[in-house]
Design a protein around this ligand. Structure first.
Ligand SMILES: [Mg+2]
Length: 294
């Protein structure tokens, strides 16, 4: 019973992000596309691939799994308190009563209160392992061997993303060149606060600095001596929560087998450069798009 429920929630999350962000961005997206004339350009040579984590690298959400572990008690319906909390946060974002950044702060406050231990990240990983999109990982491995720089960029915890990266290395012999995400603070092995957030734009919330994914990736690539050229970078994602990045980069949208509202809307608005089914041929299709059909 857990899987359909998670799907439902995820689809709700995507819709929440979508309704708030896409409407005002879609026109800008299309204008930029036309102006830059890089839409499906034949001469493109990608150097950098930026990959979203939740809903893209795997078919669930790390904060949903974290909350379920933190608040495991189930109600009559079999839904954990953690899932309930997650659902209420998403509903608030959808209703415009909360922003994604506020939700990150709020969720983290719960983890602090609950004494969430750093080592619990491995429990989150254990729950997510079976839901990793192996064909995507295999495609990334191939692309890396062709010299591409592969970046994992998430609004979720960087600490968790790093743990995921070492698991990928062990299990699939692939690792991201760079991992960008929200940084938490720890005290005695427990989460004690938020140091910096990767969010939807550059600003500050409750004294915590927030960077958009684009800014974060650009700044951290510079730290390892690499630049970010938007004309030779591509984004692989599952939803237009990443619209700010999608406006700037060639975007590949992974469409799960049961299309959620955001996939349907995204297709109608033609906001992605490529929409790829999460099914047979995903690996080959991704490689073909990035390396170009020969
Ligand atoms: Mg996502």
């Amino acid at each position: 019973m857990r899987f359909p429920r998670v799907k439902q929630l995820r689809s709700k999350l995507s819709s929440a992000k979508l309704l708030g962000i896409v409407a005002k961005n879609s026109l800008q997206f299309k204008l930029r596309r036309t102006a830059l004339k890089r839409f499906r350009s034949r001469e493109r040579q990608f150097t950098t691939i930026i990959v979203d984590m939740d809903g893209t690298l795997y078919d669930t959400d790390a904060s949903l799994e974290g909350l379920s572990i933190c608040f495991p008690r189930r109600w009559g319906t079999g839904v954990s308190r953690g899932e309930k909390i997650y659902e209420s946060m998403i509903s608030k974002i959808a209703a415009g009563e909360s922003t994604i950044e506020q939700a990150i702060i709020e969720g983290n406050t719960l983890f602090v209160k609950r004494g969430f231990q750093k080592k619990n990240f491995s429990k989150v990983l254990a729950r997510i392992k079976p839901r990793i999109r192996k064909p995507l990982v295999m495609a990334l491995r191939k692309l890396k061997s062709e010299g591409k720089t592969i970046v994992l960029a998430t609004l979720s915890s960087r600490e968790f993303a790093l743990l995921m990266n070492s698991y990928l290395k062990k299990r699939f012999d692939f690792e991201f060149d760079l991992v960008v995400g929200t940084e938490l603070e720890y005290q005695d092995g427990r989460i004690s606060g938020v140091k910096s957030i990767v969010g939807t734009k550059d600003f500050e919330i409750n004294g915590v600095p927030v960077r958009s994914k684009l800014s974060a990736v650009r700044e951290e690539l510079a730290l390892i001596g690499k630049g970010l050229d938007v004309n030779t970078s591509a984004l692989i994602t599952d939803s237009y929560g990443d619209i700010d990045l999608a406006k700037m980069l060639v975007t590949i949208l992974i469409k799960p087998d049961e299309p959620s509202m955001d996939q349907r809307v995204s297709q109608r608005l033609k906001l992605a450069d490529f929409i790829v089914d999460d099914g047979p041929g995903l690996e080959e299709k991704l490689v073909e798009i990035i390396l170009g059909a020969s």
